[in-house]
Design a binder for this molecule. Structure first.
Ligand SMILES: [Fe+2]
Length: 77
């Protein structure tokens, strides 16, 4: 993964993870006020984020990593 450092799409990917953690922290702080509402918001947020992130961002990153691994493998042989 560190070989992708500096690429704009990788930096955006890392930013998505940071925003994810920030949003979870915000929801945790809010949960004491309205537990049922907070749980629904949390489940909705996790569903949407994980679906979008895994299907788009993680998949794109996986393609990049596979291409890099293939190039390294080609150089070795
Ligand atoms: Fe990710």
């Amino acid at each position: 993964m560190t070989s992708l450092k500096g690429r704009p799409d990788f930096e955006e990917h890392c930013q998505q993870h940071r925003r994810f953690i920030e949003e979870l922290s915000r929801m945790r702080d809010q949960s004491s006020a309205d537990t049922a509402g907070a749980m629904k918001d949390l489940v909705d947020f996790l569903n949407a984020w994980l679906y979008e992130h895994i299907l788009k961002s993680d998949r794109t990153l996986a393609v990049c990593l596979n291409e890099q691994n293939a190039k390294v493998h080609m150089k070795e042989h």
